[in-house]
Design a protein around this ligand. Structure first.
Ligand code: ZN
Length: 338
């Protein structure tokens, strides 16, 4: 039997010849070899514009995030552009709600005016994404028309199409339907095409989970359901195959980009989606993900900046091209100071 000498063992492609710590010996070398990098080009900042508001309003569960009055939009977007961020997603908080979300597709609605203001002042320097849903605009706080205590799918997608068209007409570059209604992407694509708005893209909230991590957002956007929950339309977070079906259907219906929401508990799904589909992929790191870091760092239990970088890097490493995050400004500042 052939004997393995100590010497040949020592020459193997492993220890002591191979020492991975060589690759980590200085910060400069580690920087050179860093595999996953976040750029400010990847970041999208969520903007919450409230109709009738005079001064920015703080939200207790989301430190450093504010509802913005329409008069302050230009200042806020200037600041975002100065930090190198290229995209915003706009949410509106209307002064009036009703059963059919009229204010959501009013051409003088809060989001419509905000989009016009941004586009008039900044043109193509910033990409404007508009959230297309009804929950901030309905008395029920649900994402659609209520019939017999459930959200009616087919009448809801008609309204969602009107909302998307009204946003696109004001200059939104991308409309992002988030109601998780069946056929919403198809209905919106058709409506946009028929209205001569074929150049407006659709970013589909394809796999939007019924997540408990949205609760700070509901304070921010005033969109808490008045009865029941959203489990008859948003996805069960346990279901990976069903999420992939949602994504596949949205692509067939005409989505230009896919979104997964929330981000951190679904990194496996981000990874799978990246492997299976070629569309640009966006992850929405939601309010609860933000609030967890903020709360723990306020208590002095973690370092906010370091944890933010680690979490955002994990989303990028899993395969997301874009990240919607309440940390967008803070992360962009870190990148500028680097
Ligand atoms: Zn909604």
């Amino acid at each position: 039997m052939k004997q393995t000498s100590n010497n040949s063992l020592a020459n193997g492609p492993y220890f002591p010849n191979v020492r991975l710590r060589r690759l980590r010996k200085s910060k400069a070398l580690r920087d050179l070899l860093q595999e996953t990098r976040i750029s400010s080009d990847d970041l999208i900042f969520p903007l919450f514009v409230e109709e009738g508001l005079k001064n920015p309003k703080n939200v207790a569960s989301m430190p450093d995030i504010q509802r913005i009055p329409p008069s302050k939009i230009v200042d806020v977007v200037s600041e975002i552009l100065d930090l190198g961020i290229k995209g915003v997603i706009v949410f509106g908080i209307p002064s009036k709600k009703d059963n059919t979300a009229h204010a959501a597709y009013n051409e003088k609605g809060v989001v419509q005016k905000a989009i016009k203001t941004i586009k008039k002042n900044f043109g193509d320097r910033i990409v404007v994404i508009s959230d297309v849903c009804m929950c901030q605009y309905t008395n029920s706080g649900h994402c659609g028309i209520i019939r017999e205590n459930v959200v009616d799918n087919d009448s809801t997608i008609e309204i969602l199409s009107k909302i998307a068209e009204s946003h696109a007409k004001c200059g939104a570059d991308i409309v992002a339907p988030s109601a998780m209604m069946d056929g919403q992407v198809f209905a919106i694509r058709k409506q946009l095409n028929d209205a001569g708005l074929a150049d407006t893209s659709i970013m589909a909230y394809s796999a939007k989970m019924a997540s408990p991590l949205y609760s700070p957002f509901r304070d921010l956007a005033d969109s808490t359901p008045k009865f029941g929950d959203r489990k008859t339309y948003q996805m069960p977070g346990t279901n990976s195959f069903e999420s992939l079906r949602e994504i596949e259907l949205d692509i067939k219906e005409g989505a230009d980009m896919i979104m997964i929401k929330p981000a951190l508990p679904y990194l496996d799904l981000i990874y799978k989606t990246r492997e299976l589909f070629n569309l640009p992929l966006c992850a929405y790191s939601v309010s609860g993900e933000y609030a967890l870091i903020k709360a723990a760092s306020e208590k002095g239990w973690i370092n906010e900046t370091d944890v933010m970088i680690e979490f955002l890097s994990s989303i990028k490493r899993a395969g997301s091209d874009l990240i919607i995050t309440y940390f967008a400004k803070k992360m962009a500042k870190v990148l500028l100071e680097k």
